[in-house]
Design a protein around this ligand. Sequence first.
Ligand code: NAD
Length: 478
Amino acid sequence: MLKILNFINGNHCEAVNKNFIENSNPSTGLVYSTLPDSDEQDVERAIESAQNAYNSWSNISAESRFKILNRIAELIDEKNEELALAESIDQGMPLWFARTQVTLSAQNFRFFATAAMQYSSTNHSMEGNYVNYNQKSPIGIVACISSWNLPLYIITWKIAPALATGNCVIAKPSEFAPATAFMLSEICYQAGLPNGVLNIINGRGEKAGNIIVSHPKIKAISFTGKLSTGKVISTLAAPLFKKLSLELGGKNPVLIFADCNLEKAVKETVRASFLNQGELCRSGSRILVEEKIYNNFKKAFLTELKYQSLGNPLLNDTKIGAIVSKQHYDKILSYIEIAKAEGGKILFGGEPVFPKGLENGWFISPTVIENLKNESICNREEIFGPVVTLTSFKTEVDALEIANSTDYGLASSVWTENIQTAHRIATNIKTGLVWINCWMYVDTKSPFGGMKNSGNGNSGAWNIMDFFTEQKNVYIKY
Ligand code: NAD
């Protein structure tokens, strides 16, 4: 049994209360690890250790920070296979995909290591012999709370910029996929990160997470998770005037126009729908197809699905792995039932799958549903699983109206060979990310984040460096 521990002041430890939570391997349905069920006592210890470390960490040179963060990146790269295997077993994603996410996690540290060296203040001359400059200082102790869907990638996407800007961090991985954050703590220790600079608290969201968010000494929270949790966190944080970076859910439209390269559009839309079991905030879940090619697209899309092998995440040819938890598996299946009740026609899948040897695991067939109204629950609420809906549209105006009709606004992809259509859609669609004739690409140099209820768009590049700092303007008369 793998025993995941908290990481406080450079030491691995159980929860003070000795309570723990069981965590299962989604491919087998069997408990294979335990993690601390942390409470106030653990959070207090983490805060104390962060406080003790802060003065020194916030004052060391940017180059010293760079060296440690860059070393963490190197160690993540060196342990790629080990981390990927742990991620795949813990989360259910195919191993080959986990390897790509570990590589990106190393890149997160490398990018923000170098960003620490480049981050600078501005100054402005003013009329009347005045000059002003701004100082960017770390905030102090910040929280990084992450989801289970890309466990290592998302937590490093937060921790790296928080550390690069000189903050001390209390991180909380998801209780459903805590393994690689535990391994990261060991890597940080090996890389020479001083004790107390990064503390990792495991536990339940509504308990440990809540305590972290409410703690008066934590002044900024970077959160990735559900819209409903984002609302709870906003409510707790607002009276304490904490800074919030929220990366929330999506109900992402894919717009397929009749003039697109159909073969590419079909292949990439299958990927956009089912990569990581459809458990990506960027997954396309509402496929809108121009009426003229609806039947052709549908036929090609359903044919392509036959090549999406589902099963053991550790096998090289597996495209679709297991669903992270029983709770989430039940939730996805319940949405499929809702879709049926709403008059949806299941074109493909729509049911659990029991791969040979993994009959107790949580697998769901890729599922394609048509005939649902735009107002239906399954076209509005985030399912976050291998379930997509197909809808036809007549004109570009209709397509935009449908695309913009949910409360979410995270990402969209558009397939057309007409550059004018592409630009018009990119301008008028209400999503923080737009991919034209592609999907999934994210550049760490660029801002990242959703519009509307998908978050407040504070992530990526300098945005997140600014988020993790406080700025002060100094005016001088000379
Ligand atoms: P979740 O909201 O259930 O949990 C996220 C994290 O918050 C976990 O660590 C959890 O323990 C913690 N948490 C839960 N309740 C809390 C509380 N009251 N106070 C403090 N912390 C609390 O989300 P999830 O199921 O882990 O993740 C899936 C969601 O994340 C989806 O909606 C997905 O779209 C979203 N997501 C968004 C992005 C993005 O960039 N916008 C990226 C990945 C995932």
